[in-house]
Design a protein around this ligand. Structure first.
Ligand SMILES: C=CC1=C(C)c2cc3[nH]c(cc4nc(cc5[nH]c(cc1n2)c(C)c5CCC(=O)O)C(CCC(=O)O)=C4C)c(C)c3C=C
Ligand SMILES: [Fe+2]
Ligand SMILES: [Fe+2]
Length: 369
């Protein structure tokens, strides 16, 4: 197909976003806590509570970001992923129907959905594929971003047909890239364990936690998908007698969160004298949760609790196998768009669009917060 007749396909990548300066920390936190997917109170209560919590948490969060130069590296790393994905899609000789362009929309800091939707419109996109950079679906992350994107489309008058890639917890490219990264860290830890004359290390899959009610009341498939991803990685690694466990980090607020917590698991490893290889399985880029919480805060905790080995595996970022995995997710979503037509622009984010029957049966049920 010639250049002129190729369809313009916008691939919109979503992530959380992070502050780009110390001054941005408090408004970033406000945007996060003012999201009904995070605090499901009606207004004005949510707004007021978000003002209060963001103001109180800002100094703590500023200290967190101070460890990494006062800002999050999330946008730059996401831009690298966007560039790699765009190049891979446009180099695909089997798929010459499209001129692909990747755009980024962050949920709680720049570039916000409104700005990006205006850019997608100005480019003249014929179709849109929404691609959350969260392999596992939660209403607090992918669901919130998709809902906000559709609001922004309406606002700027962007009506190109749209299809959402809900989630890809066991996508082979994602699993292969993760297993490859883990193997390096695991081998290093095994060599150290041999030197120390202790048992082989434990693989600790640490995912960002969510409040328990997000799973039990809303029915998010997030936790079950985290377990599916971890099991698929373990299968791919095929290490005999591997000691592994899933746990959850980053708890904030007074509510009960899903567990076990990463802190508890670090403490247990210390008591048992077992080394740890920590794998951030819900993140595909580096940011405060990996560079500060895992590397610094939990690293110090592991030291305090006498964990003999503490090795943290880097996230997949722009690993070519992960990028190829995203290419296959885009293609699958295109098939969905061609077969079933555009997502509805106005409907809620749950119970209607997930293409992943086997792992998202829960998300298909109507209702939820
Ligand atoms: C799978 C990914 C994520 C889920 C699920 C998630 C839920 C969730 N997060 C908070 C509160 C905070 N998250 C913060 C930072 C942060 N969260 C994620 C991802 C998920 N969050 C990322 C990638 C980041 C890092 C952003 C960056 O540095 O670029 C923060 C800010 C840091 C801090 O103050 O600790 C808060 C607060 C809640 C309440 C929640 C579910 C309800
Ligand atoms: Fe978070
Ligand atoms: Fe799904």
């Amino acid at each position: 197909m010639s250049e002129t007749t190729r369809k313009k396909r916008a691939i919109v990548l979503f992530n959380l976003g992070g502050p780009d300066s110390p001054e941005a920390v408090e408004p970033f936190l406000f945007n996060l806590f003012n999201d009904p997917a995070i605090i499901s109170l009606p207004n004005p209560f949510r707004y007021l509570l978000a003002k209060l919590i963001s103001h109180r948490r800002a100094p703590v969060a500023q200290e967190i970001y101070a460890h990494i130069g006062g800002k999050s590296p999330l946008l730059e790393l996401t831009q690298e992923q966007a560039d790699a994905l765009q190049a891979a899609l446009n180099a695909d000789e089997g798929d010459t129907k499209y001129e692909n362009r990747c755009f980024i929309a962050m949920r709680y800091w720049k570039p916000f959905a409104d700005q990006t939707a205006a850019e997608v419109k100005a480019w003249g996109a014929d179709e849109q594929i929404l691609l959350p950079l969260y392999p596992q679906f939660s209403t607090t992350t992918s669901g919130s971003s998709v809902k906000d994107w559709k609001r922004a489309c309406h606002k700027v008058g962007l009506s190109a047909p749209i299809k959402t890639a809900c989630c890809y917890p066991t996508n082979p490219g994602f699993i292969d890239a993760s297993a490859e990264m883990i193997k390096t860290g695991y081998d290093t830890a095994v060599a150290k364990a041999k030197e120390l004359g202790i048992a082989a290390p434990r693989l600790l899959f640490s995912a960002h936690g969510v409040p328990k009610a997000v799973i039990t009341k809303r029915g998010d498939p997030y936790q079950s998908q985290i377990e599916k991803t971890s099991a698929a990685v373990v299968e791919k690694l095929a290490i005999e007698g591997l000691d592994w466990k899933v746990c959850y980090q980053s708890r904030v607020g007074p509510m009960e969160w899903i567990g076990p917590s990463t802190e508890t698991e670090i403490e247990r490893a210390g008591k048992e004298g077992v080394g740890l290889v920590i794998v951030p399985i819900a993140f595909v880029t580096e940011h405060s949760e990996t560079l500060v919480e895992l590397d610094i805060e939990y690293g110090e905790l592991a030291h305090e609790k006498n964990v003999p080995i503490y090795e943290r595996v880097r996230t997949v970022c722009s690993h070519p196998k992960f990028i190829n995995g995203l290419v296959s997710v885009v293609k699958q979503t295109q098939v969905e768009l061609d077969q079933n037509g555009s997502d509805d622009y106005t409907v809620e984010t749950r119970g209607w669009w997930c293409p992943d029957e086997h792992s998202c049966a829960v998300a298909k049920q109507p209702g939820g917060a």
